[in-house]
Design a protein around this ligand. Structure first.
Ligand SMILES: NC(=O)C1=CN([C@@H]2O[C@H](COP(=O)(O)OP(=O)(O)OC[C@H]3O[C@@H](n4cnc5c(N)ncnc54)[C@H](OP(=O)(O)O)[C@@H]3O)[C@@H](O)[C@H]2O)C=CC1
Ligand SMILES: N[C@@H](CC(=O)OP(=O)(O)O)C(=O)O
Length: 426
């Protein structure tokens, strides 16, 4: 078994100490028919608030999941027959990778209105099989594929592939939604987290490209947005605890191999990471910048400004930890105006894409293994930070391959469809 297998089969368990009542507590104050946030009613009311306008009622519940955050067995409720009959053609570029495989899973789970899905990768993977729901797709070499027959290209093949291929694909009329950092700061390319700045999607027509943010940025801005709307954020200090899945499938294999090797006293030999990752932490993600920060830290700052508000000051320390899937963040926020922990908790509970699990007792918070395979951004440990005026501290966790990357990308495509912004390919 390789570590790569783990990304699809993570354990999703309820945090210790969290009960059915806790989840119902999290819903308190909501009308189940709340139209703004699409609360969806079912047996145990374990409801996620996803993006207004998201297509799939199943998606609004969060992923139909073996995990106990969601009611098992609920899957489809085709309340939008018109939309589901539309039949878009979708190419997933990087379909053999960590993010690409999750994109295929999420397109299937959310019943994205696609009548054809193509798995695209490099020449190395031509003919290789990947799963798409209960079907199998054969990968096609990017060089051999005609993108003009597609409506969407969901790309997660890295910056150099995006640099070369995104403009070529976009020129065929196929809308590119790219996961790499290459286009994120381009003023002619919208950078979208649908819960936060869905309206900015309208600007994609300049280049026919939309950028998906860094995974650590995505989960952070989902949490910051409703608090910023309420009290105005002045400054954010964030320390991340990022899983190895963010660095690709080979990085997951490296953690697995090193962990196993250490038990038989093999000397760890770092390849993907600069130092031993098993039983260690590494304060270095992406390349170093001139000022001593890393590019991951810089991306969190510039992307938060572009998505949410250029006036927000943000400083980050990004750390790789020996976790397979799930990024965590310890966040301190300074506001313009007063806001209490209770107010923040209530605001976050009623905000799209967020689940608050915040019992002030042993285990009454979320850890990365519990969010694997889930759609939500989880928030715990909400408390006042007395060292500054109007300060809060909190803990934010999500499945980075899902919310930060694959789910966000599919939600962007859904937003484009819902707004009628796309002409279908012939
Ligand atoms: N926005 C976000 O939150 C995140 C974004 N990312 C971005 O997504 C990219 C992919 O990440 P991840 O899935 O973890 O990486 P992986 O290493 O797991 O997968 C890389 C994928 O890219 C494909 N690929 C590589 N070179 C080419 C090429 N020349 N032409 C076509 N396809 C190619 C690979 O195909 P093959 O198997 O054939 O080599 C594989 O499918 C990252 O580089 C990063 O830019 C990643 C994580 C989170
Ligand atoms: N940087 C993330 C993955 C990612 O989003 O990368 P990029 O910003 O280069 O697309 C991680 O390593 O965990």
């Amino acid at each position: 078994m390789t570590a790569g297998h783990l990304s699809c089969s993570g354990i999703a368990a309820r945090p210790r100490g969290a009960t059915d009542e806790d989840f119902q507590d999290d819903r308190r104050g909501h009308d189940e028919n709340d139209e703004d946030h699409h609360g969806h009613r079912h047996g145990r009311r374990l409801t996620l608030f996803l993006v207004p306008g998201s297509l799939s009622p199943a998606g609004r519940e969060g992923r139909p999941s073996k995990g106990r955050f969601h009611c098992p067995g609920e899957r489809r409720d085709r309340s939008f027959p018109g939309v589901f009959d539309m039949g878009y053609k979708v190419a997933v570029v990087g379909a053999t990778g960590n993010v690409g495989r999750e994109m295929l899973n999420i397109l299937d789970e959310r019943e994205f209105p696609a009548d054809e899905v193509f798995a695209i990768a490099s020449r190395r993977s031509h003919g290789r099989e990947v799963s798409f729901g209960d079907k199998t797709l054969r990968c096609i070499d990017i060089e051999q594929f005609d993108f003009s027959k597609c409506d969407f290209a969901l790309m997660s093949a890295g910056g150099s592939v995006a640099k070369e291929w995104a403009p070529k694909i976009a020129a065929t009329g196929c809308l590119v939604i790219d996961n790499s950092s290459y286009f994120r700061t381009d003023p002619d390319v919208p950078l979208i987290v649908p819960e936060v700045n869905a309206d900015a999607v309208d600007g994609f027509s300049k280049k026919n490209i939309i950028a998906n943010p860094n995974c650590s940025t995505a989960q952070l801005v989902v949490a910051l947005k409703p608090l910023h709307d309420h009290a105005g954020i002045r400054r954010v200090v964030v320390s991340t605890y990022q899983s190895v899945s963010g660095a690709g499938k080979e990085a997951m294999d490296e953690l697995w191999t090193q962990t196993r090797g250490i038990f038989v006293t093999d000397q760890p030999s770092p390849e993907k990471f600069t130092k031993q990752i098993a039983f260690n932490v590494i304060p270095h993600i992406d390349v170093f910048m001139e000022d001593g920060s890393t590019k991951e830290e810089w991306k969190m700052m510039v992307e938060t400004k572009k998505i949410l508000d250029p006036k927000i000051k943000l400083t980050a320390t990004c750390v790789r930890v020996p976790v397979f899937v799930g990024h965590s963040e310890a966040v301190n926020i300074e506001f313009e105006n007063p806001i209490t922990a209770d107010e923040a908790r209530n605001i976050l509970r009623s905000s799209p894409g967020i689940l608050v699990i915040d019992k002030r007792e042993d285990g009454g918070y979320v850890t990365p293994v519990e969010c694997v395979g889930e759609y939500a951004t989880y928030i715990s440990r909400i408390r006042e930070d007395m060292t500054v005026e109007n300060g809060l501290a909190m803990w934010i966790v999500s499945d980075n391959l899902r919310k930060g990357a694959a789910l966000n990308t599919v939600q962007i495509a859904e937003t484009v469809v819902n707004r009628g912004l796309l002409k279908k390919a012939a």
